[in-house]
Write a protein that binds this ligand. Structure first.
Ligand code: UMA
Length: 439
């Protein structure tokens, strides 16, 4: 087998190593780098040299591209036109992997859900690992000895994966994201919903209450805040209520500062498919691994709770955070960076009655400010995050939530959202004198 690996990233390099174990011949290319960290059985080829004759001369059977590479790239189009399949690393892994897996997707919350499925099932004595978009490519687990994998899938990966056979499919929520990559919202939705396409493999589907999915053959469990949850988890008055055929069979109290009731419910229901006698009482909230930069409580100042949500690089993620936290208190929101959206009107309409004031920073602050003006939301605008933090530290009082959920990419001032989050935490401690609290 001769393959072309497109993208010298984590997934591409894992593919080359895997191909080597099978004795395949690999060529690798990349639009932005030519640094291949190893040389065994792989040849770098300049992207500009990948024309029709390259595919023919080298008898390329398969192109495996990195997830972030958009479908309209010339190399992808050329291979497709020649009838050469273009797939994602996850698709290749699915063709070989023997370990059962729970697949999780959604616009927000999917990393936390795979982390907690991993936590909950590990407490039950299972040998579990996290794979996919979360960090370690799925292909790395082929031939390894695990009871189960918790697999996070992005829409990029799903769009080029066709042989997925999960034991459980979880979809947390779906709002628009990555439309520039997919070109239309329909294509984005199609990718997300393809997680259900192989119904024979599925023991159960677990979804948020807004996800439209038919349940004809596969058991369906829903998570939501409404009374109409018939099978799944109903969240009400600080409780998780487990519902079977409309009847509440188990309950769990959720503390006020635990913002992740919904994500815990997804993780629990998915884990229960694997460990049938799991009970809500088996969930130990203080033992769960929390992910940094996702609704991460960093401390208190003058009675105001400070939360770092730097992972929110789009307005859907910011709406998600505001929606969650506004159930507890009014919010002072730090917003800004390099925006992915043409307008912030939708976010402004959503946050209007949920935030006291916004503190803008970064490249697109004026664009954001225009939307806030249209909706009469009070705000101040700063070039740098440091000044925004100083201002919110002065303004915040007892009972407020100070939320850093920028709703924009970080690339105007930082190399990624992690660096941005670290900077926010440092500023909160130094400039704002925010002190750590235990929940
Ligand atoms: N590249 C091109 N042409 C392009 C775009 C990229 O040649 O048009 C090249 C880049 O120069 C780079 C390589 O492709 O050398 C790919 O690097 P990458 O970092 O984009 O991809 P990987 O290292 O293979 O990581 C991917 C996922 N990255 C993306 O989807 C963008 C990782 O998710 C994932 O952890 C990893 O596979 C293992 O499965 C990261 C992510 O940001 C965390 N995901 C997005 C998100 O969560 O929002 C979807």
């Amino acid at each position: 087998m001769n393959i072309l690996v497109y993208g010298i990233g984590k997934s591409g390099l894992s593919v080359v190593k895997f191909a080597n174990t099978l004795g395949w011949r690999s060529w690798i290319t990349d639009d932005f780098t030519r640094l291949v960290p190893f040389r065994e059985n792989v040849t770098f080829v300049e992207p500009g040299k990948i024309d029709n004759s390259f595919f023919v001369d080298h008898q390329i059977d398969l192109v495996i591209k990195s997830p972030g590479i958009p479908p309209n790239k010339p190399i992808v189009l050329r291979a497709t036109a020649l009838g050469i399949p273009v797939i994602d690393e996850v698709e290749l892994a699915c063709r070989f992997i023997g370990t059962p897996y729970i697949a999780v997707t959604g616009t927000n919350g999917k990393s936390t859900v795979v982390q907690w499925i991993n936590d909950i099932l590990s407490w039950q004595g299972l040998k579990v690992a996290i794979a996919g978009n979360f960090g370690t490519p799925l292909i790395e687990f082929v031939g390894k000895n695990f009871d189960l994998l918790a697999l996070e899938l992005s829409s990029f990966q799903l769009a080029f994966t066709f042989s997925l056979k999960p034991k459980v499919a979880v979809v947390t929520n779906i709002t628009s994201d990555h439309i520039d990559w997919h070109s239309t919202r329909e294509k984005y939705l199609k990718a997300k919903f393809s997680i259900f396409s192989n119904r024979e493999s599925l023991d159960c589907i677990v979804v948020g209450d807004s996800i439209a999915v038919s349940s004809s053959e596969t058991p369906l469990k829903r998570v939501g805040y409404g009374d109409d949850i018939y099978e799944g988890i109903r969240i009400k008055n600080g409780l998780l209520l487990e519902v079977e055929k409309g009847t509440v069979v188990d309950t769990l109290f959720i503390p006020k500062t635990f913002f992740f009731d919904e994500l815990l419910a997804f993780s629990y229901l998915a884990s229960k498919v694997v460990v049938n006698d799991l009970r809500l009482g088996d969930l130990q909230l203080d033992r769960l691994n929390f992910l940094e930069h996702r609704l991460q409580v960093i401390g208190k100042l003058n009675g105001a709770l400070w939360v770092n949500d730097s992972k929110a690089t789009n307005t859907a993620a910011t709406s998600f955070a505001v929606e969650k936290l506004s159930r507890f208190s009014k919010i002072r929101l730090l917003l800004g960076g390099r925006s992915k959206e043409s307008s912030f009107d939708q976010l402004a309409a959503f946050i209007k009655d949920r935030v006291i004031k916004c503190y803008l920073f970064g490249e697109d602050r004026e664009k954001i400010g225009d939307s806030l003006d249209r909706f009469g939301i009070s705000y101040e605008s700063f070039v740098f995050l440091e000044d925004a933090v100083c201002s919110v530290a002065r303004d915040s009082t007892d009972g407020d939530i100070v939320l850093f959920s920028p709703g924009c990419a970080s690339f105007d001032l930082y190399s990624n959202y992690k660096e941005r989050g670290e900077h926010f935490i440092k500023l909160a401690r130094k400039v704002g004198n925010v002190k750590s609290v235990s929940l």
